[in-house]
Design a protein around this ligand. Structure first.
Ligand code: ZN
Ligand code: ZN
Length: 395
């Protein structure tokens, strides 16, 4: 089969590789119909991880069951499925508590496994014709309809981006009536807007610098904030002070207008410098979150921070040591939530919302391409090409 493989920094190639097989009785092999390129794939593409050469990339995968082992009881060839990017056993201490993002048994290196990702176990990804799914009954979510139908793009978002955005809102404690600031109008940021609206947020701000992304954020129901025009926390406070809410507050409560209840970092460690966007500035988003989140608020840090970054600008950053205004977080009593989403916890609920017609997460997809064109799309996506928000590939 054809597969997109990592060949070194800024070098990926579509190569002919062996088809995956059923190796354990509980495995399935899925014929991939759609696989997305993720912003987090670019950390590997940029040479900012220790991913091994030759690895098949891609952790956002859907398709049709091709073959199952004897131990697979709930799925059969022909079933349409999407794969939560976390590979989990379903039985360990963390899995039974719902933390499939920290499965203890699937990755010899650390807790948590995934398809086609640096440090996440020996599993190949799904930017390929076929992919092997361990413990398929647990790790595949069944879907209605036919491959390539009108919900294909929406269902593909269940592999990572939509549940990840939902998890960001969980970490940030977005509730009915919450005010929310989301940093990043990439796929996770945009679907965080969608998730926050589904959860009943009253006011949503979304920070980015790329006009087409900010337009999309506005279209999805957020107030766009361009960080090139000044510190986001200050812009948000100024807008809050002008809001009709100001008239409704008791004396003293105007302090609520200084920021928001919930802050989401949907950018991660490769953030642009606010005042000099050509440069990377890893800590600025965390500093601004500390400024914008109100006392007793919550921060959801869903953007990726690596603990091992060969491209880090200094010795601390190479080891994932970030300078954050911890005193501010503490003084405000802000709760900080971090880490990968336990996709399975939310995936059936989000699937049912899509089936019920309550949301169309696939509307963030801007480009579709054939697998053989993947290297070109990695390059263009990595260059943050204007208008390119989410790319999906069809093997
Ligand atoms: Zn992803
Ligand atoms: Zn487990």
């Amino acid at each position: 089969m054809q597969a997109l493989t990592y060949q070194g920094a800024t070098n990926v190639a579509v190569k002919e590789v062996d088809n995956p097989k059923v190796e354990q009785a509980t495995d399935a092999v899925v014929r991939v119909t759609s696989a997305a390129i993720c912003g987090s794939d670019l950390h590997m593409y940029d040479g900012r991880t220790e991913v091994e050469t030759g690895k098949v990339l891609g952790h956002e995968i859907m398709g049709v069951i091709q073959e199952v082992g004897d131990g697979v009881k709930q799925l059969k060839p022909g079933d349409r499925v999407v794969l939560p990017f976390n590979i989990a056993c379903g039985d360990c201490y963390n899995c039974v508590r719902g933390f499939t993002n920290a499965c203890l048994t699937m990755n010899p290196q650390m807790a948590g496994a995934a398809y086609g990702y640096a440090g996440m176990g020996p599993y190949n990804g799904g930017q390929a014709g076929f992919v092997r799914v361990p413990f398929a009954d647990f790790n595949a979510l069944k879907l209605p309809g036919e491959a390539g139908d009108e919900l294909e793009r929406d269902f593909l978002m269940l592999a990572d981006i939509f549940p990840t955005a939902w998890h960001a809102c969980e970490l940030a404690d977005v509730q009915m009536g919450s005010s929310v600031a989301i940093y990043g109008a990439g796929p996770v940021g945009l679907l965080s807007i969608m998730s926050a609206r589904l959860r009943g947020a009253a006011e949503i701000y979304c920070v980015d610098m790329i006009p087409t992304r900010l337009d999309k954020a506005r279209e999805m129901g957020a107030i766009p904030i361009n960080f090139k025009e000044g510190k986001p926390s200050e812009q948000i406070a100024a807008l809050r002070h002008q809001s009709p809410l100001a008239e409704a507050l008791r004396p003293g409560e105007e302090k609520r207008l200084e920021g928001v209840d919930c802050g989401i970092d949907a950018i991660g460690y490769q953030a642009h410098d606010f005042s000099d966007p050509q440069h990377e500035e890893t800590q600025e988003v965390l500093e601004d979150l500390a400024a914008v989140i109100l006392p007793t608020g919550h921060a959801g840090i869903i953007g990726v921070y690596m603990n091992d970054d060969p491209g880090g600008a200094n010795e601390d950053l190479k080891q994932g040591i970030f300078k954050i205004p911890f005193g501010t977080f503490w003084a405000k009593g802000i709760t900080i939530g971090t880490g990968q989403a336990p996709v399975k916890r939310y995936d059936e609920m989000l699937r049912d919302l899509i089936i019920g017609g309550q949301c169309r997460p696939g509307t963030i997809i801007t480009h579709e391409a054939a697998l053989e064109d993947a290297p070109e799309y990695y390059r263009r996506f990595d260059n943050r090409e204007e208008g390119m928000i989410k790319v999906i590939l069809h093997p």
